[in-house]
Design a protein around this ligand. Structure first.
Ligand code: CA
Length: 217
């Protein structure tokens, strides 16, 4: 899953980006409204964290422009006493909000909930052919116990599982699993798929030649 964070306070931006990356997300950043809008329009992010008080374009202006073209789930950040901002932001198309200062664990939980709802998933557990994926704890269990995955293997499995029954192209996977700072070699996706098949069984992920990968519904 790939997240865009738009925040103009440099310390908060870098600590947020680090924490969200540690949760296993790919993360892009922007430090003003114009750059944020440009990135949000040009990439299909799984969710966006958007500060409201921003230079160039404020968060509400970003939302109004973005909502003309994209439904990206948006968690907005507002000042504690700025009720008018929250109302304006929700009306402009924000999906949820947090007031500053916020608890990091609450932000991460709200982010996971936004992504789950966007995928039409009510629960944080996904069950597929003998495996249980817990998207809050980022763990996978079979009937025999936990299966240890690297964070990239987990991210790939979760993305395919959230979209099970659909063929997901390689370029879509690259867009959602890797961020703008990633310089991973293009064959790494095949390596991750191959490792997942070793750990979960050869039939879990289907290769559709020339189209991409899928997990059956
Ligand atoms: Ca700000």
């Amino acid at each position: 899953m790939r997240i865009l964070i738009v925040e103009d306070e440099p310390d908060l931006l870098s600590s947020l980006a680090q924490s969200v990356r540690e949760e296993g997300f790919a993360v892009d950043t922007a430090s003003d409204g114009e750059e944020g809008l440009y990135k949000a329009e040009s990439t299909n992010y799984d969710a966006m964290i958007l500060d409201i008080m921003l230079p160039k374009l404020d968060g509400c202006q970003v939302l109004e422009q973005l909502r003309k073209v994209k439904k990206t789930p948006v968690l907005m950040l507002t000042a504690r006493d700025a009720i008018a901002d929250r109302i304006h932001g929700l009306d402009a198309g924000a999906d949820d909000y947090l007031t500053k200062p916020f608890d990091l664990n609450e932000l991460l939980a709200r982010l996971r909930a936004l992504i789950r709802r966007a995928a039409g998933q009510a629960s944080s557990t996904i069950e597929i052919t003998g495996f249980k994926i817990n998207t809050a704890a980022k763990t996978v269990h079979s009937s025999r116990g936990p299966i240890l995955l690297t964070s990239r293997e987990y991210a790939l499995l979760e993305y395919l599982a959230q979209h099970r029954g659909q063929v997901i192209s390689r370029s879509e996977l690259y867009d959602h699993l890797f961020d703008e700072n990633d310089s991973s070699l293009s064959n790494l996706l095949d390596v991750h798929v191959s490792n997942l098949r070793k750990k979960l069984g050869a039939t879990m992920i289907t290769t559709r030649r020339g189209q991409g990968y899928s997990i059956d519904a």
